[in-house]
Design a protein around this ligand. Sequence first.
Ligand SMILES: [Cu+2]
Length: 118
Amino acid sequence: MTRPHRTVHLATALLLSTFALPGMSQTGGHAGHHAAPPAASADALPMAEAEVRRVDTAGGKISLRHGEIKNLDMPPMTMVFQVSDPALLEKVKAGDKVRFTATQVNGAYTVMSIEPAP
Ligand SMILES: [Cu+2]
């Protein structure tokens, strides 16, 4: 009974080539893919605690002595973060105890939200 088996494979090949054709004919599809917004949203990130060491408003960076960051699998340490919005740096100053969320954006650790600790 090799005949039905071969028929199934032929049908699969036809199906695959049918699905592949529309994608190959789309010349503008690649650029559109890269313009897609990042899946990460600040709302979904867990809050971490930190003390502000230095605020670099001009450079858009902040140095934090932070506690564990669960979503980044990072132990407590002092390090420099990028910020997603320079306006975040206006809310805090060196010495402040803060709560913040962070994630990786294009490989750089980035603060997505920050607020003075209650
Ligand atoms: Cu760190």
